[in-house]
Design a protein around this ligand. Structure first.
Ligand SMILES: [Cu+2]
Length: 185
């Protein structure tokens, strides 16, 4: 158990709009977000992992970055990398949804339940290890340069060493592979 709290968040099915409940980023701001994510933590492409150090960690995860596969997370240019953080670190886990289209809202839940996941992953993940983010709506338009993007983050303390999974709870997404390993060591 890393945090606690209730299941929360709306399960909306709509494109991003002002007032959706989180941040709204322009394409340029989304690129800054990605760049931050690509310059913090140490990426190992062969191991497909990103290792963070220090007591305050910001993880800028992307859901379905343009040019990457559907139903994946991106960080440091890697797809669904293993994320490794030191025990006791305060973690700000951010998510930016760059996907587009009906049912392409995405979120992230940290679970101790390993894959494979069923269609309704949310029913299977047990008590989330940190309060889950709401579902982030998809981008506002098809054209990536003019679209706006939903982003949101949450903070928790990685207090308990162990192997966890970060998983998209939207129906079918985890079943299709939208998850990665999250290790506290
Ligand atoms: Cu998803």
């Amino acid at each position: 158990m890393m945090g606690g709290g209730m299941m929360g968040g709306a399960m909306g099915n709509y494109p991003v709009s002002p007032g959706w409940g989180g941040k709204v980023l322009s394409y340029a701001e989304a690129q800054d977000y990605i760049q931050y994510g690509a310059t913090h933590g140490a990426a190992d492409a062969k191991a497909n992992s990103v290792t963070f150090s220090g007591g305050n960690i910001i993880i800028n995860l992307v859901a379905v970055r343009p040019g990457y596969n559907d139903q994946t997370y991106e960080l440091h240019g890697l797809t669904d990398p293993t994320i490794i953080v030191p025990r006791g670190a305060t973690v700000q886990l951010n998510l930016l949804n760059m996907d587009y289209g009906n049912n392409m809202g995405h979120s992230v839940v940290i679970s101790q339940v390993p894959p494979p996941y069923p269609y309704m992953a949310m029913m299977y993940l047990g008590q989330p290890q940190v309060p889950p983010l709401p579902v982030l709506p998809w981008r506002s338009g098809e054209d990536v340069k003019t679209a706006q993007y939903a982003a949101l983050g949450e903070n928790f303390v990685a207090s308990t060493p162990g192997a966890y999974w970060y998983v998209c709870p939207v129906p079918q997404h985890a079943e299709e592979g939208m998850y990665g390993k999250f290790i506290v060591k």
